[in-house]
Design a protein around this ligand. Structure first.
Ligand code: NDP
Length: 323
């Protein structure tokens, strides 16, 4: 039977942003509800080794980190819901979300932490070699290719930044782009072209990723987009950097977003254009996209949600209800 769940802080999404908001919200007595979504734990649950999350000297596993965050959130009073939100109504004083099983979630405040997904090429070998040479995050995985040859696929800011970042680890970085010019900002292009460790292959599209005998990536098969000529480039690591897609379909026409779908927030805050609705993590951040920055934004969202409710109570707009 469909149930209505009420809370002072409704959180959609259970990655680092959502769970950090929950930890802060719960400790502030807001009895948050987290609706976990289709990928409980978010993007970190599909990565393996994590070496850059502060507090852990040894390498930790992404799924383990998310289990710990969830356990911490529950321990301090968060209610976790196995549900996926299919529609939202942000027009009233209480924000309403509907789950796909018919349950209704009502929040006095709403934290959107639905994240983003890396775009993939969709070519053979890509998913099979994910975590075995193929990655969508140089900051996360570049370290594992110290002294090895790596390629980056894409021609935007992300691809160029990832190529530049990878020169910290590798002396042989190849940027592969499907056209003969980059769309990245000029200053980034200048740095890329001037870098002695980076070369560019123009007019090449990836046909497939090929494993070696050890089952890890060995080479990338390319096709020239002008001539159709086929070639292979040897690589230990391949970083796909062709953009990310934020999970904001639910909020189209309801919240301000940029042309690529990222939620717009007031600079330096998680505040959206609807008072009481906050965005945290990759759903509003296409620049940093790290677990630690997402967690920080989740914390900010919870603090601002608390302040928003306190101000409303002070103004006597509504009563705060005990749930
Ligand atoms: P972009 O959409 O800017 O670029 C994607 C790149 O991938 C393009 O060069 C595109 O090629 C290529 N591409 C897309 N699909 C394919 C495909 N199927 N096969 C091969 N290549 C493909 O994404 P970014 O992630 O680079 O950037 C997203 C946004 O974030 C941008 O607004 C960017 O400016 C911003 N950003 C800003 C940063 C900063 O300010 N420091 C850092 C990183 C991102 P083509 O050019 O041919 O279309």
């Amino acid at each position: 039977m469909a149930t209505t769940h009420k809370t002072r802080m409704l959180i959609i999404g259970s990655g680092p942003a959502g769970l950090s908001a929950a930890i802060y919200g719960a400790r502030a007595g807001m009895q948050p509800i987290v609706v976990q979504g289709l990928q409980p734990g978010g993007q970190l649950t599909i990565t393996t080794d994590v070496e850059n999350y502060p507090g852990f000297r040894e390498v930790i596993q992404g799924p383990w980190l998310m289990q710990e965050m969830e356990a911490q959130a529950v321990h301090v009073g968060t209610r976790m819901m196995w549900d996926t939100i299919t529609s939202v109504d942000l027009s009233g004083e209480t924000f309403i979300a509907r789950g796909d099983g018919g349950d209704i979630y009502e929040g006095d405040t709403l934290v959107i932490a639905t994240g983003a997904q890396a775009q993939w090429l969709g070519v053979p070998g890509e998913q099979e070699l994910s975590g075995k040479g193929v990655s969508a995050c140089a900051t996360c995985d570049g370290f594992f290719y110290r002294g090895k040859k790596v390629v980056v696929i894409g021609g935007g800011n992300t691809a160029v930044e990832e190529a530049l970042y990878l020169t910290n680890h590798s002396d042989d970085v190849v940027l592969i782009h499907r056209r003969d010019s980059l769309r990245a900002e000029k200053i980034l292009q200048d740095r890329l072209f001037a870098h002695p460790k980076i070369s560019v292959m123009w007019n090449k599209r990836v046909d497939r990723f090929m494993p070696g005998e050890d089952g890890a990536l060995r080479a990338v098969a390319l096709i020239d987009t002008q001539t159709g000529e086929q070639s292979d480039v040897l690589a230990d690591g391949a970083f796909v950097a062709i953009g990310h897609a934020p999970a904001t379909e639910l909020f189209k026409g309801k919240l301000a977003m940029d042309e690529t779908g990222y939620l717009l927030v007031q600079p330096g805050t998680p505040k959206t254009d609807v008072p009481g609705v906050f965005a945290a993590g990759d759903v509003s951040d296409h620049v940093y996209r790290q677990a630690i920055t997402a967690a920080g934004m989740g914390c900010m969202a919870a603090l601002d949600a608390e302040r928003y409710l306190a101000a409303r109570q002070f103004e006597g707009v509504t009563e705060t209800v005990q749930y």
